[in-house]
Write a protein that binds this ligand. Structure first.
Ligand code: ZN
Length: 275
């Protein structure tokens, strides 16, 4: 039994080349195979946290998450400079079909999506060259796949490239600026309602954009209202394993590219996280 759960994060939109270090999709496949070889067990985020709370977590347990909700979470995509890319879910499916992952795993990817269609369209125009990388037609099918759950990454990410966000003074690029009740209602409540409407399932987890949260959101708003909204916990990007003493509305997790850039670094991170 273990008293810690490791949560890992990839960004499927991070495709700059076709190598582990510059392509989160390639890193994802290699990382899953390494987890398998090193004796880790992949669990859904929800049951991993439940089993941690009950004292029933297997040794070396890990949960998979993906942030920002590009189509590459769910599907393949013809990348304009890097060629055809197999998305996260097709990669997981392929590993399962080829029986390259042991039967002990219960792999589910928690995909944290940006709710606002206008924000996603603007991000697509300004960040990803109008490639239509942020549609939402796949959310319902993802939830029905048994291998992916659609969760909330806020209404508009308070993203710095957007003209206007929910932030009261239009101060963007930092989610700590979301610190009033009105702002939180848009970024959390409205996001959950919209994601439920489009995906058929209410989000159970919230991932803070940029891993950031104001004291108000983390210590007042979510503890008071989160459960009523159907949320079980919120995830930061603080690099550490989750333990039973972790703050429910600020669970730590590791991010590919920031916390590891090679299989060797990934193995070292896992070794450190399990001791
Ligand atoms: Zn994000």
């Amino acid at each position: 039994m273990s008293d810690r759960l490791v949560i890992l994060t990839w960004h499927s939109v991070n495709v700059l080349g076709n190598h582990y270090a510059d392509n989160d999709l390639i890193a994802f496949s290699e990382d899953l195979l390494l987890l398998d070889r090193l004796g880790w067990t992949i669990l859904p985020l929800e049951s991993g946290l439940q089993r941690l709370a009950k004292g029933d977590l297997p040794d070396r347990a890990v949960a998979l998450t993906a942030d920002d909700g590009s189509i590459l979470d769910f599907d393949s995509f013809p990348h304009p400079t890097c060629g055809a890319q197999l998305g996260l879910l097709p990669r997981l499916r392929r590993l399962l079909v080829e029986q390259r992952l042991d039967k002990r795993h219960e792999p589910v990817i928690s995909a944290f999506v940006i709710a606002s269609p206008e924000a996603r369209a603007e991000l697509d125009r300004k960040v990803t060259g109008g490639l239509d990388l942020w549609p939402d037609h796949w959310w319902r099918e993802a939830n029905g796949s048994g291998l992916m759950n659609i969760e909330s990454h806020s209404w508009d990410h308070n993203h710095d490239v957007l003209e206007v966000t929910a932030q009261r003074a239009n101060r963007r690029g930092d989610f700590r600026a979301i610190e009033t009740e009105d702002e939180c209602r848009i970024e959390v409540d409205q996001a959950s309602a919209w994601i439920e409407r489009l995906s058929g399932r209410r989000p159970r987890f919230f991932a803070y954009p940029y891993g950031q949260s104001s004291d108000y959101l983390r210590r007042d708003y979510l503890p008071a209202r989160g459960a009523g909204l159907g949320l079980h916990a919120a995830l930061s990007c603080e690099p550490a394993p989750v333990s039973r003493s972790s703050e429910r509305w600020h669970l730590p997790r590791y991010v590919c590219g920031r916390d590891w850039n090679s299989p060797e670094e990934f193995a070292r991170l896992l070794a450190d996280a399990s001791t």
